[in-house]
Structure formats: C-alpha cells, structure tokens
Write a protein that binds this ligand. Structure first.
Ligand SMILES: [Zn+2]
Ligand SMILES: [Zn+2]
Length: 344
C-alpha cells in the first residue's frame, strides 16, 4: 500500500504566513553565509538544506489517498481532497481536459451547470471513508471535481449514513452556502453505515473503531497484502473509566501495525490546557504506539497555529522520548507532510 497525504492540518487550513517564509529564508541565508557555496553549485547546496527550510508541512485539512496497484481508497474530505480530485479526474486524460482544468481552477466556485463542464474527465468509481463530519474533514467535498461528473459513482462509509448525507448536503445548501446542491452535482453518491466486522473493498480489508471525540470519530485499520495501516484522528483520552476502556481498545486495535497515523494536535503542555477539546498529544500516543509494537508512527492533524519549525521540534522531542522509553522495540517517528507518499 502507498499512502499519500493530501491534507495534514487539523481544524482549519493553514497556508504558510509571510513571516514564516521570511524566517525560513533568513535561516537558509545564514547557512549559506557560513558555508559559502560555489555559485555554480547552488543546487547542490539547496539539496543539502533540511526539509524544514526548503519545503512545507502543508496547510490543507485532512485527506489521505491509499493505493494498491490501480485500486484507490480515500479517507476524509478536508481541503486536501480538492487537489486529489483534480488528479483523479483530469491527469493523463483527453487534452480537452486541460481547458476544463483551467475552467475548474479559475472558476471553481462558478459552475452554472455542473455536469457539462467536465466532458473530458475520467469516469470513476470511488470508495471514501469518513472518520466523522466535523467541518475540517468534509469542507473540501464541494470542491472535489469527481462529484460533478455524470457517470461517476461513490460509496461513502462512516459512522452514520444519514448524518453524513445531512452534513454534506447542509454545506452545499444553495444559494446560501454553495451554488450547487449535492443532489445536483452529477455523480451518484451512496452513503453507508460502516458495517460490523470487516469491510472488503477491492484489495483492502477495513475495520473501524469508535474513538472518544465530541460527536464521535472512527479509527480505521486497513489491511492489504499482509500489511497494516491504522489511521486514528480526532480523539482524546482523559482520566475516567470509559476513556480508559477506549484507550485499551485502540491499543489492541493497533497491535503490530506497520504504520500508525495519529492525531497529535497539541504539545503535551498545551494538551493540559485543552482537556475536552477532543485531540491528542504526541508523547502519550507515542508511548501507546511503542507498546503496541507499531513499526512507524506519523504525527498528524497538526494544529493550524503551529509553525512548521514547531512541528519539527515536536517530531524531535517525540523521537527522543521514544528512544528514552526504549522497550526493546524500535519505532520510527515522522511527520505527516502534505504531498508526501509513504509505503506501508
Ligand atoms: Zn479534525
Ligand atoms: Zn473533529
């Protein structure tokens, strides 16, 4: 399985600020003044700079694409799903699609008659899992090009079919919130309660686990070709019996997962002041993951107010903490970064 991160921020999109970019440039220039690179070999110097100076963790809200060969599974529909939709609908199709892509990109919010705008797009069937319907996990859906193609079909799975339909329809109520109603979009969209037990979709075997979060959220375990990914976002464990039972259930759900992508929105200190907000902090999650024998742990659902440098600092502290715990099992720790693909 390959997982691509299309959106990794929580709560609200967080584009890089001008001051953050300036800070990054200042740090890179300082390194250049020290290293005095040969102007003819500037590319080599730039390639040697750390990611935190030449890239960005990303500002879109949650969306993951999981692929196994030609098969695709999408999790969550935050703003990251917009770019994924353009890739799925238009990449490597009819040249006419370039013109249409321009129309979509330049007039994204002006689609008087949705379906005829997309004659060059690929016909798709898509399976989508929704952890829950908080806005940061669905707000990209009205800008997801495949919903405007007649002939496309989608199956959306989550905690409650009726709640998902209600939430997605509500954010496309026309004309107050969006120009095109969900029912007018063109694609056939079916909503499903996540079934008890295992859901098989192509090569993917999927299980779900309820998580404690205001309104609830679902963790997903995706297995394919003997590899296991667990994705758990928007959850918080506190000191009470029910929460402890939920924590034990997630630890069991995680058992020996090859990759674990988890909500780690707040630093440990900040999590103390945000009890009840429904999010986790990396040290506590890292300890659970380490004890469950996870192979690789990714910090996810980054706080929109945290700079990239702060996120890299959290990564360093979490990595150091797992080395300190050292229970004889080595677990790699990394940041979920928009645009990055990881192999499970
Ligand atoms: Zn969220
Ligand atoms: Zn939430």
């Amino acid at each position: 399985m390959i997982v691509k991160f299309w959106g990794v921020r929580g709560s609200i999109p967080a584009p890089p600020t001008p001051s953050a970019l300036k800070e990054r440039l200042k740090a890179a220039l300082t390194m250049a003044f020290e290293a005095k690179p040969d102007p003819a070999r500037l590319n080599e110097f730039l390639d040697g700079l750390p990611d935190r100076l030449v890239s960005t963790v990303g500002g879109n809200t949650p969306c993951l694409e999981i692929t196994e060969g030609e098969d695709i599974l999408i999790i969550d529909a935050g703003t990251g799903i917009n770019a994924l939709g353009r890739k799925l609908s238009f990449d490597n199709v009819d040249p006419e699609a370039d013109r249409i892509r321009y129309l979509v990109e330049s007039q994204n919010h002006y689609m008087p008659e949705a379906s005829p705008l997309f004659p060059g797009s690929r016909i798709l069937h898509l399976d989508i899992l929704l952890t829950h319907t908080h806005w940061d996990h669905i707000q990209g859906f009205p800008f997801f090009a495949p919903i405007y193609q007649v002939g496309n079909s989608m199956d959306i799975y989550g905690r409650s079919a009726s709640q998902m339909r209600e939430a997605l329809s509500l954010q496309q109520s026309s004309p107050l919130l969006f120009p095109i109603r969900l029912e007018e979009a063109g694609a056939t969209i079916n909503f499903h309660d996540f079934p008890d037990g295992v859901l098989s979709l192509g090569p993917f075997e999927i299980e779900a686990l309820p998580l404690p979060h205001p309104g609830g959220s679902l963790a997903f375990k995706v297995r394919s070709h003997g590899r296991t990914l667990v994705f758990a976002t928007d959850y918080e464990f506190v000191a009470n019996d029910q929460s402890e039972r939920s924590e034990a259930a997630l630890a069991k759900f995680l058992d020996q997962a090859d990759v674990f992508i988890s909500d780690t929105q707040y630093t440990f200190l900040e999590s103390m002041t945000k009890e009840g907000w429904g999010h986790s902090s990396p040290l506590k999650v890292a300890e659970m993951a380490l004890n469950a024998g996870v192979g690789k742990f990714f910090l996810f659902h980054h706080d929109p107010l945290y700079s990239d440098l702060k996120l890299y600092d959290m990564l360093e502290r979490t990595t150091a903490f797992t080395h300190l715990l050292n229970n004889g099992h080595s677990m790699l720790v990394d940041l979920a970064i928009e645009g990055r693909e990881i192999e499970v």
